[in-house]
Design a protein around this ligand. Structure first.
Ligand code: ADP
Length: 249
């Protein structure tokens, strides 16, 4: 039996009786990136994030977190070293469009929603490249909005939503293609404390429910309580890998 569209499964990748997609494993090996003649933004970083892990990348501003995240996303190319996602080199992948569409979901600090589109149509934007028909895309977009608790806001414009709700729609857009890897760059950076905590709780609940791997960049101390593992950066280097914190409460 074919999985229903509302299951958000990709019929191309998951056949009959499809199991939910499993989180991807990230491995970075001695990754270095410089900008011009400046000191290295990322300086020989090696890390491993296991499938289904919720990992946090923290550290002071300018320590290289966003640069490393962008390299893992394939938005930029390292000067040296390798990054693999599920064993496939991100930088060597000949089909970057496939990687971005089928494997990766990305949440930015600012929601980057299109102001003239409803929440539903903003999520649909991520589904357009899949070539699915509109009716099927609407089903998927609705299901994705439901996953983030926004089922009752599908026809709202971004201006009619709170900051936290906009960021939820941005998360729904990142989820639309059921990514195996969800990367987020300071997603709580522009939110008040309560909305930020709600987004962190949402990430953890999504990981528990959908099973993707999450790598979150944040210098929000609160984020440590939600992550399984914390990587700390300073001056482009990985300085500590803190033990998991109590994620209760
Ligand atoms: P973080 O995310 O920890 O704040 P970044 O990765 O944004 O740190 O930046 C690391 C270093 O690289 C900083 O010194 C920053 O100024 C520099 N940097 C980042 N992006 C660029 C760029 N596009 N051009 C030049 N320098 C950059």
């Amino acid at each position: 039996m074919r999985a229903r569209p509302t299951d958000l499964d990709d019929p191309d990748d998951h056949g009959p009786g499809a199991t939910p997609p499993v989180g991807a494993t990230i491995v970075a090996d001695e990754v270095t990136k410089s900008y011009g003649s400046l000191a290295r933004a990322v300086d020989g970083v090696s890390l491993r994030v296991e499938a289904r892990q919720f990992a946090l990348l923290s550290g002071p501003s300018g320590s290289g977190k966003s640069t490393l995240l962008n390299l893992i996303a394939g938005f930029d190319i390292p000067d040296a070293g390798t990054i693999t996602v599920d064993g496939r080199p991100v930088t060597d992948t000949t089909d970057m469009a496939h990687f971005r569409r089928e494997v990766l979901g990305f949440v930015f600090q600012s929601h980057h929603l299109i102001s003239g589109l409803t929440a539903l149509d903003n999520v649909d934007v991520a589904l357009l490249p899949t070539g699915r028909r509109r009716a099927e895309r609407v089903e998927l977009a609705r299901a994705s909005l439901a996953e983030v608790g926004m089922a009752a806001r599908t026809t709202h414009l971004p201006s009619q939503l709170s900051g936290g709700e906009r960021q939820r729609v941005a998360v729904a857009r990142a989820l639309a293609n059921r990514p195996r890897l969800l990367l987020a760059d300071e997603p709580t950076g522009q939110l008040d404390t309560a909305s930020g905590v709600e987004i962190l709780e949402l990430f953890r609940a999504l990981r528990d429910r959908l099973g993707m791997t999450i790598l979150l960049v944040s210098h929000d101390e609160e984020a440590r309580r939600y992550a399984d593992v914390t990587f700390q950066m300073r001056d482009g280097r990985l300085v500590t890998r803190a033990p998991p914190q109590d994620a209760g409460a």
